[in-house]
Design a protein around this ligand. Structure first.
Ligand code: COA
Ligand code: AMP
Length: 636
C-alpha cells in the first residue's frame, strides 16, 4: 500500500473499530430520518444487537421523496434498458416517486399494512423495483423470489413468508425464449399451504396471463383506480425485507434486513466503497431477485441520489458480447458492478473485446462480486478496459461489502485473487477449527467479530434458532461466514471458497444439500452426494455421484436425464444441474460421513491427502477414473 492511502484507510478503519457508536451516528446523521436515532447500538443478549433502535424512518421516502425534496425531481432515477424487448424507459425521481406512491395505493386498497409480507416474483422490469419500493412505502415487508426459481421453490417461500399479496408478471424473457410466470405462480400457490388473498399481475405484451377471478388483479387496471399512498413511518429495527438464500439444508433461509441499519450502511457504502456522488450513473448488472439487486439496483443508488440502470438482458447473446459496453456508453455509466461469470462469458465470445465503437470515458471503476474473481478474468478486464477493477466480497447475509478496495477512502494497490481489505465497520478474522486466530497467510474459517455493523441480517425469518445455530454458535462471539481463506502480511483478504455445502453457479448461490435430497428421492438411488465441480464460464457446476440400489438395473444416460429433469422441476433451470455419475461406492469416514471435500479436491485437480479415518480408500481412484472418462476432471 502507498503510505498515504494506507494511512487514510487505517484511520477510518480504526475509528469504526474503536468508537463504532460515534462512527455510525455520524453516518446516520447524513440521512433524512423522521426521528434521528439517539440509541446507536444496543446489545440485547450474546447473539443479538440492534442498531438505531429509537430511530424512525421510511426507506422508500429516503430513496424517492427525500431526493425530490433535495432538488432531484427532474434527475433520472432509473433507466430501464431491455435488449430482449428492444425497449428503454427513463423515470425521473418525481415520476418514480409518483409511480411508487400509486402502486402503494393499489396495495393499500388490498389491505396491505405495516408488517404484512408481499412476495414479488418478477422479471427485470421497472415494475419489480416499483413493487419493492411501494411495499417499503407502506412499511410492509417484501420478499423477492428470483424469476428463475421453480414453482416448488416459490411455494416454499410463500409458505415461510405467508404473504398477504403476491406480485408477478405474465412472463419473463430469457435469451430468445419467453417464460410464462403465471402458470408457475398458480402451481406454487396450489402447492403451498398458505394462500395469499390476492395476486397482482403485470401483463406484458409478449404474453398475456389468465387471471383467476376474485383472487387476481390486472396491475395496469388496478393502477387506474388507485389513490397515491403516503409513506408510513417505521422503526429502524422494523424489517424492510426477507430475502431467501441457500443454506446447507433443503430449506432456504429467510435473511431479515431491518430498515435503519440497511439505509445507513448502503448510504455509507456508496461513498466509501463505490466512491459515488449524487447524479452518478450506477449499473449493477444483476437481478432484483438477488441481494446485489436489492442493495445496488434498487436501494443504494437511489438513497445516494444516483441514477440506477435496470437491465433486462444478458452479457452475451442479447444480442452479442458487446452488450455491456453498449449499455455503459449509451447511459454514460460511471460505476459498473457485475459477477466475474459475466466477464468470462463475454471473454469467451469476444476475446479481443470489440470496444472501439463505444465511448467508455464516463466509466470510472468496475466492481465484481458474487463469486471468486479468478486472476485471469481480473487481468483480462484490466487489460481491455484500462480502468480499476475491484473485487469485493460480501454475502446475502451482510447486504453490503465486507471486504473491498475502498475506492471512496483510498484506492489501494490491487492484488489479483484478493478482495483487498475489510471495509470499516467489519472486523474480519481467520480462525482455526477451535476458534483461535491463525497467523498471517494461514488458511482458516473467515469469521466476523460481533457486533456486525449496521445493515447485516438481524435474524432468520420465523426461525431465530437457525440464525443463532447457523451463524453464531460455531465460534462464540463471531459470525461464521461459511467462507474459507486467509489474510496476508499486508492485511489483504483472500476468499478461497465455501467451507460448507453451498456452491456458486454463475454467481448464483445454491445448496448441494437440497439437490442431494431431490436426487436421493429417485426410486433407483440408494445413496448420493452432490458436489460443485469447476466450470469454465459459470465457475462451478453441480455433479451428482450416485449409488444404485442393489438389484436395480439402470442406464446411466436415462438416469441422468431423469435426475436433470427432477432438479429442474424442483429448483429451477438456474441450478444448471446436468451431470450424474453412477459409482460403486462413495468415500466415507468409518463413522459413515461422505468425504465431500476430498471429492471436490479430486474434481478440481488440487492436492489432497487421504485421511486415516477413510473407510474405503479404493473408492477414490475409482471415482477419479470415472470422472476422467466423462471429461469431468479439471483439465481433462
Ligand atoms: N427467469 C427464468 N429463467 C431463468 C432466469 C430468470 N430470471 N435466469 C436464468 N434462467 C434460466 C435460463 O434461461 C437457463 O435455462 P436453460 O437451461 O433452459 O437454458 C438457466 O436458467 C440457466 O441460466 P444461466 O445460468 O443464466 O445460464 P445462461 O447460459 O442462460 O447464461 C451467463 C450464462 C453467464 C450469460 C449468465 O449466467 C449470466 O449472465 N451470469 C451472470 C449472473 C449474475 O449476474 N449473477 C448475479 C450475482 S451478483
Ligand atoms: P450470495 O449470498 O449469493 O451473495 O453469495 C455469497 C457467497 O458468494 C459468499 O459466501 C462467497 O462464497 C461468494 N462470494 C461473493 N463474493 C465473493 C468474492 N468477491 N470473492 C470470493 N467469493 C465471493
Amino acid at each position: 500500500m502507498t503510505t498515504q492511502a494506507k494511512q487514510d484507510y487505517q484511520q477510518l478503519y480504526q475509528q469504526a473499530a474503536n468508537a463504532p457508536e460515534t462512527f455510525w451516528q455520524q453516518q446516520a446523521a447524513k440521512l433524512n430520518w423522521y426521528k434521528a436515532p439517539q440509541q446507536i447500538l444496543q446489545q440485547q443478549d450474546a447473539a443479538h444487537y440492534q442498531w438505531f433502535s429509537d430511530g424512525v424512518l421510511n426507506t422508500a421516502y429516503l430513496a424517492l421523496d427525500s431526493q425530490v425534496e433535495q432538488g432531484r425531481a427532474e434527475q433520472t432515477a432509473l433507466i430501464y434498458d431491455s435488449p430482449v424487448t428492444n425497449s428503454q424507459q427513463r423515470f425521473s425521481y418525481r415520476e418514480l416517486r409518483d409511480e411508487v406512491a400509486r402502486f402503494a395505493g393499489v396495495l393499500k386498497a388490498l389491505g396491505v399494512q405495516k408488517g404484512d409480507r408481499v412476495v414479488i416474483y418478477m422479471p427485470m422490469i421497472p415494475q419489480a423495483a416499483i413493487a419493492m419500493l411501494a411495499v417499503a412505502r407502506l412499511g410492509a415487508v417484501h420478499s423477492v423470489v428470483f424469476g428463475g426459481f421453480s414453482a416448488h421453490e416459490l411455494a416454499l417461500r410463500i409458505d415461510d413468508a405467508k404473504p398477504k399479496v403476491v406480485l408477478s408478471a405474465s412472463c419473463g424473457i430469457e435469451i430468445s425464449k419467453v417464460i410464462a410466470y403465471k402458470p408457475l405462480l398458480d402451481d406454487a400457490i396450489n402447492k403451498a399451504a398458505h394462500k395469499p388473498a390476492h395476486c397482482v399481475i403485470y401483463q406484458r405484451p409478449q404474453l398475456k396471463a389468465e387471471l383467476q377471478a376474485g383472487r387476481d388483479l390486472d396491475w395496469q387496471q388496478a393502477l387506474l383506480k388507485a389513490e397515491p399512498a403516503a409513506c408510513v413511518p417505521v422503526k429502524a429495527t422494523d424489517p424492510l425485507y426477507v430475502l431467501y438464500t441457500s443454506g446447507t439444508t433443503g430449506k432456504p433461509k429467510g435473511v431479515v434486513r431491518d430498515n435503519g441499519g440497511h439505509a445507513v450502511a448502503l448510504h455509507y457504502s456508496m461513498q466509501a466503497v463505490y466512491n459515488t456522488k449524487p447524479g452518478d450513473v450506477f449499473w449493477a448488472a444483476s437481478d432484483v431477485g438477488w441481494v446485489v439487486g436489492h442493495s445496488y439496483i434498487v436501494y443504494a443508488p437511489l438513497i445516494a441520489g444516483c441514477t440506477t440502470v435496470l437491465y433486462e438482458g444478458k452479457p452475451v447473446f442479447t444480442p452479442d458480447a458487446s452488450a455491456f459496453w453498449r449499455v455503459c456508453a449509451e447511459h454514460k455509466v460511471n460505476i459498473l458492478f457485475a459477477a466475474p461469470t459475466a466477464f468470462r462469458a463475454i471473454r469467451k465470445e469476444d476475446p479481443e473485446a470489440a470496444l472501439q465503437q463505444y465511448d467508455l470515458s464516463a466509466l470510472r471503476t468496475i466492481f465484481m462480486a458474487g463469486e471468486r474473481l479468478d486472476p485471469a478474468t481480473y487481468q483480462w478486464v484490466v487489460d481491455k478496459l484500462q480502468k480499476p477493477v475491484i473485487d469485493h466480497w460480501w454475502q446475502t447475509e451482510t447486504g453490503w461489502p465486507i471486504a473491498a478496495n475502498p475506492a471512496g477512502i483510498a484506492l489501494l494497490p490491487a492484488k489479483p485473487g484478493s478482495s483487498t481489505v475489510p471495509v470499516p465497520g467489519f472486523n474480519v478474522q481467520i480462525l482455526d477449527e477451535a476458534g483461535q486466530q491463525v497467523k498471517a497467510n494461514e488458511q482458516g474459517y473467515i469469521a466476523l467479530k460481533l457486533p456486525l455493523p449496521p445493515g447485516c441480517l438481524t435474524t432468520i425469518w420465523g426461525n431465530d434458532a437457525r440464525f443463532v445455530d447457523g451463524y453464531l454458535a460455531t465460534f462464540p462471539g463471531y459470525y461464521a461466514s461459511g467462507d474459507g481463506g486467509y489474510i496476508d502480511d499486508d492485511g489483504y483478504l483472500f476468499v478461497m471458497g465455501r467451507t460448507d455445502d453451498v456452491i456458486n453457479v454463475a454467481g448464483h448461490r445454491l445448496s448441494t444439500g437440497e439437490m442431494e435430497q431431490i436426487v436421493a428421492s429417485h426410486p433407483a438411488i440408494a445413496e448420493c452426494c452432490v458436489i460443485g465441480i469447476p466450470e469454465p464460464i459459470k465457475g462451478q457446476q453441480p455433479m451428482a455421484l450416485v449409488l444404485i440400489k442393489n438389484g436395480v438395473e439402470v442406464d446411466e444416460t436415462i438416469l441422468e436425464a431423469e435426475l436433470v429433469a427432477m432438479v429442474r422441476e424442483e429448483i429451477g433451470a438456474l441450478a444448471c444441474f446436468k451431470k450424474a455419475l453412477i459409482v460403486k461406492r462413495l468415500p466415507k469416514t468409518r463413522s459413515g460421513k461422505i468425504l465431500r471435500k476430498l471429492l471436490r479436491q479430486i474434481a478440481d485437480g488440487s492436492q489432497y491427502s487421504v485421511p486415516s479415518t477413510i473407510d474405503d480408500p479404493a473408492s477414490l481412484p475409482e471415482i477419479a477414473q470415472l470422472m476422467q472418462a466423462r471429461g469431468l476432471l479439471s483439465g481433462s
